[in-house]
Design a protein. Structure first.
Length: 601
């Protein structure tokens, strides 16, 4: 058993809560631009003082509507300014926020609303309202549904609540929010539900405040007053939520955007000093740049620049680059790297990645380009990051050391255990699950990992996802899958082989890269993946990615056969979660015939 603890920073006081910072910022730094929100196609500043006034007015409306201390108020919306506004307003009213992914079905929303006992719901659009209305008859406790869009400037819910609470005294809200303690519930965040019904993770104000302070300590350069951050991950995901409240606390100007199709344009106009994303986003940035270079006849230059960036980054861990490498790097900085940084807005100091492994080569590439990606690890149950690589301590291939005030332990079976103020204390209405996950304060993550002497953690797999072949070989599928997905042609991959004679894989093709691949290989423009699933060239391209993945494992763990599926895994089909995690049981059921075909001979 190995263990490592990170020293704690300033302890969270018992009388603190998440709403305090709204008025601290307004009173001490009132003219600071806390947000830039998109209105009528342009970014408009919102100062700390203006934000506090909106939070107060919205909180008054919530109280007037009958939202009581500790009541649950749900949020169902894409990532936008109003999401964060309502989050703080709910806390100011002494209530508990409950995020719901805006892509949720009626039954998924019904489960979260009824299990949490939500008294009110804020939705973004009429479509969201209709989704909830279809099951509202089975939710007698849901007294209010407010809609964000529809009013002047798309602030219908904000305006309605402000009008409702207009005659309420400011002090009534302040008395309500000051009564909230650090150990009161701040939010109930439902897990993705990859193996069953989502569980409600109860996070207290202490949990979130500890996370915020640990994040600021980890990133003193990025999380510095005057910097800016563009947020585009779903705020229903704990990573995006934690970063949002951390940025606001650190007086980093925060922007929101929900349409990934407009991301490049938004990065260009917002010009953030940092971004937060899941590995798939960084893969697409890299693949897009490489594709553009090769299509424009500059493929050899890009490939040489890529190799130089990776070599330059690796050299930083082994004494630093020599003169020759520095000169090559300087040349490619002007030819290639500067353009990549420009695509991120031109001012990006670094990025934070979480949710899945990034991959060593991609991490080295971005660091070599001048945009270090700080990979971290955490779960909803740890208020987001429990481990993270930092500006002062980065080791590519790991998820970093524990965040401040957190301890990690590797159990005898390899499971990662975590303890500290960022770790939750209970699942909502689920004592059995709580008892199975927490033991003497240690949270059993279900992930497998390795801890080095310096406290850097490497995640090696998921305990429940370990495949045991018919020959008795234990195989962790995540490493193979992540390597496959790093190839621009491959969108998703799922390794199979439990109780089977060998390891196989289900592979889906990236719809954005597929037209380019067809052009490069002389295939008909209108050919679908289904048409070419057995095409020798397509299979050879996928086989090359499989061969690369197999280099990381033993012969017994290597992928022997694969099948190319005719369509991608989708959230609508229930095969992936909103945060792109595989629902293995659903995929196995939906593609049972394809799996059987792998082992037919």
């Amino acid at each position: 058993m190995r263990e490592y603890s990170a020293p704690a920073i300033a302890a969270v006081a018992d009388d603190e809560n998440m709403s305090d910072v709204v008025w601290v910022n307004a009173e001490r730094f009132g003219d600071t631009v806390s947000f830039r929100r998109q209105l009528d196609g342009s970014w408009r500043d919102v100062t700390a003082k203006e934000f506090a006034a909106q939070v107060l007015a919205t909180a008054k409306g919530l109280v007037k509507a009958g939202v009581g201390q500790g009541d649950r108020v749900a949020l169902m919306s894409k990532t936008r300014y109003e999401w964060t506004l309502f989050d703080f307003a709910i806390w100011a009213a002494g209530a508990v926020s409950v995020p719901i992914y805006e892509t949720s079905s009626a039954e998924q929303a019904h489960w979260i609303l009824t299990d949490s006992g939500a008294k009110a719901l804020v939705v973004e659009t009429a479509e969201h309202a209709a989704t909830v209305e279809s099951v509202r008859g089975r939710m007698p406790e849901l007294a209010h549904v407010w809609q964000i869009e529809g009013g002047a400037g798309n602030d219908a819910a904000v305006d309605a609540l402000a009008a409702l609470g207009a005659d309420m005294a400011d002090d009534d809200v302040h008395a309500r929010r000051r009564a909230v303690t650090a150990d009161d519930t701040a939010t109930i965040v439902y897990t993705s539900g990859t193996t069953g019904r989502p569980k409600g993770v109860v996070l207290t104000h202490r949990n979130l405040l500890a996370e915020v302070r640990a994040d600021i300590k980890a990133f003193p350069r990025i999380m510095s007053s005057g910097n800016s951050l563009l947020l585009f991950l779903p705020l229903a995901h704990i990573l995006a939520r934690a970063i949002a409240v951390t940025a606001f606390t650190a007086r980093v100007t925060l922007g929101h955007t929900a349409d990934i199709k407009d991301l490049v344009a938004d990065l260009g106009t917002f010009r953030p000093t940092s971004v937060v994303a899941v590995p798939r986003v960084f893969e697409k940035v890299y693949n897009g740049a490489k594709l553009k270079a090769h299509a424009g006849g500059k493929g050899k230059i890009f490939d040489a620049a890529e190799a130089t960036a990776v070599e330059y980054s690796r050299a930083q861990d082994t004494g630093g680059p020599g003169l020759g490498l520095r000169l090559k790097h300087a040349v490619f900085d002007k030819l290639v790297y500067a353009k990549l940084r420009a695509a991120l807005g031109g001012r990006c100091l670094g990025a934070v990645s979480g949710g899945a492994p990034l991959g060593d080569r991609l991490a080295h590439f971005f660091r070599g380009v001048g945009v270090p990606v700080y990979e971290g690890y955490g779960l909803t149950e740890t208020s987001a990051a429990a481990h993270v690589n930092t500006e002062d301590a980065l080791k590519v291939g790991t998820v970093g050391r524990p965040v401040a005030g957190t301890s990690v332990r590797i159990a005898d079976d390899g499971e990662v255990l975590l303890k500290g103020d960022v770790v939750f204390g209970a699942y909502w209405n689920n004592a059995q699950a709580t008892g199975e996950s927490l033991e003497e304060g240690w949270f059993h993550t279900g992930d497998l990992g390795q801890l080095d002497d310096d406290g850097f953690l490497k995640i090696t797999g998921r305990k429940k996802e370990i495949i045991v072949t018919a020959g008795g070989k234990n195989v962790a599928p995540s490493g193979l899958e992540d390597t496959l997905k790093a190839d621009p042609l491959i969108s998703q991959a799922m390794v199979v082989g439990d109780q089977r004679p060998f390891i196989g894989a289900l592979v889906t093709i990236d719809e954005e890269f597929f037209p380019t691949w067809k052009s490069q290989h002389g295939k008909p423009e209108g050919a679908t993946v289904s048409d070419l699933a057995d095409d020798a060239d397509l299979r050879a391209s996928v086989q090359a990615a499989v061969d690369q993945a197999n280099e990381l494992v033993s012969q017994a763990e290597a992928i022997k056969k694969f099948v190319i599926l005719p369509q991608d895994f989708t959230e609508a089909g229930g095969e992936i979660t909103p945060s792109l995690k595989l629902k293995r049981n659903v995929v196995s059921k939906n593609y049972a015939n394809a799996i059987d075909q792998l082992y037919a001979k």
